[in-house]
Design a protein around this ligand. Structure first.
Ligand code: CP
Ligand code: NVA
Length: 304
């Protein structure tokens, strides 16, 4: 049966560890210039409703490095933009491609596509989740801190798609995740509740300094996600006390790292001193998208 990755909860804890192990192996092979091309003859489709720099280029570069091909599609250039249904598009693309990554507004679009596709479907970000990001971030945490077991992650800012994926991850691995958001911007209640039912150690608070206390990872993301530009002014007002500053970083555990999925809105959710400072691992995060997604594609195509 085909496997999809729509949400981190689609994976078991052991599968996540397997992916990480392979991401590290593939990174090492690439660093040493050793070619690894098990996907010759395989094609990944990339269908993106929203802009992307990291996700698009890392999937493309990763697929090429593995010997495969990529076909990029924007909905406005497909018949889907003229009313062909998601289900019919999924059925047809499944006849050409071996695997597909989708970036959408509504998470339901990805679910619907996946339910009609006969090839593996990867969520390359939806309004609800961003699983590839958080899985890749685990590689960075392991490289920077040695391990993630028992760590405390403080997610500061908007309870958005990236935050929701952190909640999912807390249900799979032994770590504590605190969210500090303005009231009304918490991660979706049902996502947090489900994770907690599955054993996740999650706290939601409304004070950034409280959340970072004892944290080894301070994480943030933009205050205005793609598709929310109409709410920009009210969001900037609500999130002002949630900026990651050197003063906030000082309250975290000594040696704490700063993480951001990028793109950053410098001066909004994070200051230049922090993102360009010694605690920042954001460029490693961006690089590790490449290695983790190569492992993910290999796993979904049953190559590892
Ligand atoms: N972090 C991330 O997914 O970046 P892009 O939007 O550039 O793909
Ligand atoms: N929360 C952001 C993440 C971008 C990678 C957004 O959805 O725009």
């Amino acid at each position: 049966m085909k496997r999809d990755l729509l949400c981190i909860l689609d994976l078991s804890g052991d599968e996540i560890l397997h992916l990480l192990e392979w991401a590290v192996k593939l990174k090492d092979l690439q660093r040493r210039g050793i070619p690894h091309r098990p996907l010759v003859g395989k094609t990944l489709g990339l269908l993106l409703e929203k802009p992307s720099t990291r996700t698009r280029v890392s999937f493309q570069a990763g697929m090429y490095q593995l010997g495969g091909e990529v076909i990029f599609m924007s909905p406005s250039e497909l018949q889907i933009g003229r009313g062909e249904t998601i289900a019919d598009t999924a059925r047809v693309l499944s006849r050409y491609l071996d695997i597909i990554a989708l970036r959408t507004y509504s998470h339901k679009t990805i679910e619907e596509f996946a339910s009609h596709a006969s090839i593996p479907v990867i969520n390359a970000l939806s309004d609800l989740y961003h699983p590839c990001q958080i899985l890749a971030d685990l590689v960075t945490i392991k490289e920077s801190l040695g391990d993630w077991k028992g760590i405390k992650v403080a997610f500061i800012g908007d309870g958005n798609n990236v935050a929701a994926s952190w909640a999912n991850l807390a249900a799979r691995l032994e770590m504590e995740v605190w969210f500090a958001t303005p009231p009304g911007y918490e991660p979706p209640h049902d996502v947090v509740e489900r994770a907690q039912k599955e054993g996740a150690r999650i706290r939601v608070v409304h004070e950034a300094f409280q959340a970072v206390e004892g944290a080894q990872v301070v994480y943030t993301d933009v205050w205005v996600s793609m598709g929310q530009d109409g709410e920009r002014e009210e969001r900037l007002r609500a999130f002002a006390p949630f900026r990651v500053t050197p003063q906030l970083m000082e309250k975290a555990n000594p040696g704490a790292i700063f993480m951001h999925c990028l793109p950053a809105h410098r001066g909004e959710e994070v200051t230049d001193e922090v993102i360009d400072g010694p605690a920042s691992v954001v460029w490693d995060q961006a690089e590790n998208r490449l290695h983790l997604q190569k492992a993910l594609v290999l796993m979904l195509l049953e190559q590892i």
